[in-house]
Structures are given as structure tokens and as C-alpha cells.
Design a protein around this ligand. Structure first.
Ligand SMILES: *[C@@H]1O[C@H](CO)[C@@H](O)[C@H](O)[C@H]1NC(C)=O
Ligand SMILES: [Ca+2]
Ligand SMILES: [Ca+2]
Length: 376
């Protein structure tokens, strides 16, 4: 067991700790590897998750935070009540909006996290398509499950990764493993989309929040059922930019224009203190923050979003027409960052930012939305 986690520390000083919520080790085992914690912004709050790559926390209880929940503001979630959207969510699928075709600059020449393959900036042309205006919600995912009886991969595996700060003491007391490089990630038995923090949790009061703990395959199954598909990375990034050219965020270059929060991220110190300044310490109901220029919500922040593409960090400046990524690979691209992202650890809530996971991965900050060439 120890060997599995040691392999996670083979940072090689270049390959950053990508946000891999993965089940299969991607690197070989080197028992002599040292065990430094990942270095600041090169890593993110959701990396190195691997069901085989966890350590025994009973050997060192201090790997767990002391009472992280004490440090969270209980009232923070009351700031932005769940009201605006009540009654609006009666569709069985998410509403979509037309993303007009056009050319854009994909990636950046000023990468926030160079090892992620954010550069070079290149011209990409995208045909028009339709995009879900928000992340697929628990409510919509439940419609799919009710209609099909589909069983997600986390349910089949019997566990999924949950951020420690969200867990009850009861659940934590039964956990004996953690991800060594990122001890705030714990494999939780019984965690799945219906039980985001394990068996003693539920989604009844979170039906309008993004569905979590869905693998890439689960996301594809949902989109296929809805007569849609996952967006390509290029489509996703084009949609993220909302018609703006060469900006960091879907709304511009300032993270909090006039002090206002435009999406659900992490404020405070990661991973010990989440001040919830944006109103939420966990996920937020979809559409809690302003839409971008294309009418899309939470393109960055709230939940990470799976895309269709296989992962590569090698890009050229060649102009591209509707690129679909490499023909094969081991990881899929995810985009947008999540409510757990803080600049110090996961500066990935930018349109050009990207990360990856194996397709069977699932976690408490990873969801998706669908696209379609035509209005379904
Ligand atoms: C799914 O089925 C459950 C159990 O029958 C029901 O309570 C729930 O309202 C249904 N949800 C949707 C979105 O169809
Ligand atoms: Ca937040
Ligand atoms: Ca998102």
C-alpha cells in the first residue's frame, strides 16, 4: 500500500500534480521516491486521487485536518438563497443555448500552469453548436437514472473521492486511507452522486446543484440519453470565453470586478480555511452567479467539467478547424476548476486552464455539461 502512494511523489519536477482523480496508477513505483508535498500553484486541490494510491492514516492521524468544519462559516451558504431558480427546472434536460460559430484564440502564451499544456495560443475555428447553459444538475441526472436504471461507476466501485472538509466526523472515523500527496482527499465507501459525502449524506436539498461523482463514461451515458454529447475541449473553451478575446475568465481579466464574485471558488487558505466569501463553501445551485456573454453559467468554478477529448500537453500554433484532440490516450480533459480552486493550489479557474483524469475517475468536485450540434 505504501508503495502505491510513494509513486505519487515522483513529481519529476516537471510533470505537475495534475488533478488526477484516477483509479489506475499512471507512474511506476519507486520506493525510494521522497515524499515532499506538492509545490504550490503547480498542484491543485484535486490531484493524485487514485483508489490504489492511498495511505493508511492510522499510522499518522495528523495527516487529517483537525476539525476543518469548525473553520467554515455556517452562515455563508445563507447569503445567496436558492430561490431564483425554483420552478425553472421542470425540463427533463438542461436548457441549451446557441453558440455561434467563429474563430478564437485557444490556450494562452502566458500559461498560469505551464506543465498543463495551456500554450501556445493558437487560432481555432469552431462551427456553431448548442451548449447546456449550466452544469448537469442532480435533478436532471435523476431523470436520467429514473428513465434508464443506469448505475454509475462510483456505485459499481463502491466508493469515490470526497474532500475531507465536507465529511462528517462519523464518516471520517471509519476512514483509514488518504491520498498522501493530497491528504484532504479521502476514498469514501458509499460516496456516489446520490450520497456526495458518503452514506450519511443526500442530495435532497441539492437537486439544483451540479451532479458530482460521475465518471467520464457516466457523463457520456447521460449526454447520449439526452440526445447530446460531451463538448470537445475546443468547444468548451470557446464557449467559456463568451465572445471575449484573450481574457482569463468568462467575464474578463479581473477575478472579482468591483469586489463581486462571478463564480464559486475557494476563498481563504486552501485546504484548511474556506471563508465562503462567495456565499458557498461547497457547490452552489447552478446559475447562482452571472452568465457569460453566451448565456452560460459556472463555466469556471462550481464543478469541474468533463470534455470529450483525450489529454495531451503538446499543441502547435497551426490553425485548427473543430479540433477533437488526440485519437487516443489514457486521460480525458476536464475544464473550468471547481469550488475547491484557490490561486495558491489550483489556478485552474481560467478558460485556458485544463486538467485531466482517467475516464473512470470520480470525485466530489467533478461534473459535466453536454453539447449538441443541433438543438435536440
Ligand atoms: C425519480 O424517481 C424518484 C423515486 O420514484 C422520485 O422521487 C423522483 O422525483 C424522480 N425524479 C425525477 C427527476 O424524475
Ligand atoms: Ca465558494
Ligand atoms: Ca463549472
Amino acid at each position: 500500500m505504501l508503495l502505491w502512494f510513494l509513486c505519487l511523489f515522483l513529481s519529476l519536477n516537471t510533470i505537475d500534480y495534475v488533478c488526477c482523480v484516477q483509479r489506475k496508477p499512471q507512474v511506476s513505483i519507486r520506493p525510494d521516491a521522497d515524499t515532499d508535498v506538492p509545490s504550490e500553484s503547480a498542484s491543485c486541490g484535486c490531484q493524485n486521487l487514485n483508489r490504489d494510491g492511498v495511505v493508511d492514516v492510522n499510522r499518522d492521524r495528523s495527516i487529517l485536518m483537525e476539525n476543518p468544519s469548525d473553520k467554515y462559516s455556517r452562515t455563508s451558504n445563507e447569503k445567496l438563497p436558492d430561490t431564483q431558480r425554483n420552478g425553472k427546472e421542470s425540463y427533463s434536460h438542461s436548457e441549451m443555448t446557441l453558440i455561434p460559430g467563429g474563430e478564437f484564440l485557444m490556450g494562452t502564451d502566458d500559461p498560469g500552469i505551464p506543465p498543463d499544456g495551456e500554450s501556445p495560443q493558437r487560432k481555432v475555428y469552431i462551427d456553431h453548436f448548442y451548449m447546456d447553459i449550466h452544469e448537469v444538475s442532480n435533478h436532471h441526472f435523476q431523470s436520467f437514472i429514473n428513465a434508464t436504471g443506469y448505475v454509475t461507476e462510483a456505485e459499481r466501485f463502491g466508493n469515490s473521492f470526497v474532500f475531507e472538509g465536507l465529511l462528517s466526523e462519523e464518516v471520517k472515523s471509519h476512514i483509514s486511507q488518504a491520498v498522501a500527496a493530497a491528504p484532504w482527499w479521502l476514498p469514501v465507501t458509499g460516496a456516489d452522486w446520490r450520497h456526495p459525502e458518503g452514506r450519511d449524506s443526500s442530495i435532497t436539498d441539492r437537486l439544483e446543484h451540479p451532479v458530482l461523482h460521475v465518471s467520464w463514461g457516466d457523463a457520456v451515458a447521460y449526454c447520449t440519453w439526452a440526445n447530446k454529447r460531451l463538448p470537445t475541449e475546443a468547444e468548451w473553451e470557446y464557449a467559456c470565453r463568451g465572445g471575449l478575446q484573450d481574457r482569463l475568465y468568462p467575464w474578463g481579466n479581473k477575478l472579482t470586478p468591483k469586489g463581486d464574485h462571478y463564480t464559486n471558488l475557494w476563498q481563504g487558505e486552501f485546504p484548511t480555511h474556506n471563508s465562503g466569501d462567495d456565499g458557498f463553501i461547497k457547490t452552489s445551485p447552478v446559475m447562482s452567479f452571472p452568465a457569460n456573454g453566451y448565456g452560460l453559467y459556472d463555466m469556471v468554478g462550481n464543478a469541474w467539467e468533463w470534455t470529450a477529448d483525450w489529454w495531451t500537453v503538446h499543441h502547435t500554433r497551426d490553425h485548427k478547424l473543430n479540433p477533437t484532440g488526440p485519437p487516443s490516450g489514457t486521460d480525458k480533459v476536464k475544464k473550468g476548476g471547481s469550488y475547491m480552486c484557490h490561486k495558491s493550489y489550483c489556478y485552474r479557474y481560467r478558460c485556458a486552464a485544463r486538467s485531466q483524469n482517467t475516464p473512470d475517475s470520480s470525485a466530489s468536485n467533478l461534473g459535466f455539461r453536454c453539447a449538441s450540434p443541433e438543438q435536440p
